[in-house]
Ligand binder design. Structure first.
Ligand code: CP
Ligand code: NVA
Length: 300
């Protein structure tokens, strides 16, 4: 594997599936791996809020025998108190890995270039690789052949959509993305990923995207950092709400998926997110197992 995990694009198909195998083992036998990363330290930089990412990385490194150091937005003030490069150089002298959640993807790239230790992208405006690896692992561990699986993503062409696109390139997942006009995923990313095997179709009609799908996935309409656009977006995205009417257009056994946090009553209704076929908590749990697999691979 490369030194860093900045995007699913950084991984080969073989590396993705080998992380899935490792995550399955770590999930089945956590006690057997208590000393896989003894005494290793992970610096965890957050420039945005988090529940799942913080708790799963911090719990994960602890369960492997190491420790995480949480750095809140006001602590290091990336790029204001000190440059990204200077933070990377300093951290590299003390810790064994850096996890970072920030705004621009260029910040994680700068950090990775300058740090001598591995850097893990824990969400940027562009990508959320750890989330999508957990999501695809969730389908894979249930025995699904991703090449025969159709996932309909309904909503904003955001970091989740972009990482799903690279997930499709690496696993063969058949991906349909439905967004309002003007909110599509980036064209250059769609084209580059298609050239590397991604099977992705873009729609503006949510029903067309969802019809006959094996899973329906949605995410918030206004991501972290877009709070000022929230009211405007709620109006534009309303027809893209995943409610029972839309969910029922998918296969009768279709799953509902969401990276969380969810804005109940906006992108998803209570009856869908609380439905017996909603697997959102399995996705959240699997963040822990897949990230342990990632840290073990990069920090050992
Ligand atoms: N899905 C996810 O990354 O959740 P948090 O923002 O709570 O970390
Ligand atoms: N698109 C969302 C994902 C949160 C996990 C955001 O960036 O806020």
């Amino acid at each position: 594997m490369k030194k860093d995990l900045l995007s699913i694009k950084d991984l080969s198909r073989e590396e993705v599936f080998s992380l899935f195998e490792d995550a399955r083992e770590l999930k089945a036998h956590p006690e057997a791996h208590r000393r896989d990363l003894p005494g290793k330290v992970l610096a965890m930089i957050f420039e945005k809020p988090s529940l799942r990412t913080r708790v799963t990385f911090e719990t994960g490194i602890y369960q492997l025998g190491g420790i995480g150091i949480y750095l809140a937005p006001q602590d290091i003030q990336l790029g204001k108190r000190e440059t990204v490069e200077d933070v990377a150089r300093n951290l590299s002298r003390w810790v064994n890995g850096i996890m970072i959640r920030t705004f621009g993807q260029e910040n994680v790239e700068k950090m990775a270039r300058e740090a001598s230790v591995p850097v893990i992208n824990a969400l940027t405006d562009l990508y959320h690789p750890c989330q999508i690896l957990a999501d695809l692992f969730t389908l894979w561990e249930r025995g699904h052949d991703l090449e025969k699986f159709t996932l309909a993503y309904v909503g904003d062409g955001n970091n989740i959509a972009h990482s799903l696109i690279w997930g499709s390139a690496r696993t063969g997942l058949n991906l349909r993305i439905a967004t309002p006009p003007g909110y599509e995923p980036r064209k250059d990313i769609v084209e580059e990923a298609r050239a590397q095997g991604a099977r992705v179709e873009i729609f503006h009609d949510p029903v067309k995207a969802v019809e006959g799908a094996d899973a329906v996935y949605t995410d918030v309409w206004a991501s972290m950092g877009q709070e000022a656009e929230r009211e405007k977006r709620i109006k534009i995205f309303r027809p893209f709400q995943v409610n029972m009417e839309l969910f029922s257009k998918a296969k009768p056994q279709a799953y509902f998926m969401h990276c969380l946090p969810a804005h109940r009553g906006e992108e998803v209704t209570d009856d869908v997110i609380d439905h017996p076929r909603s697997i959102v908590l399995d996705q959240a749990e699997n963040r822990l197992h897949i990230q342990k697999a990632i840290m073990r691979r990069l920090m050992r």
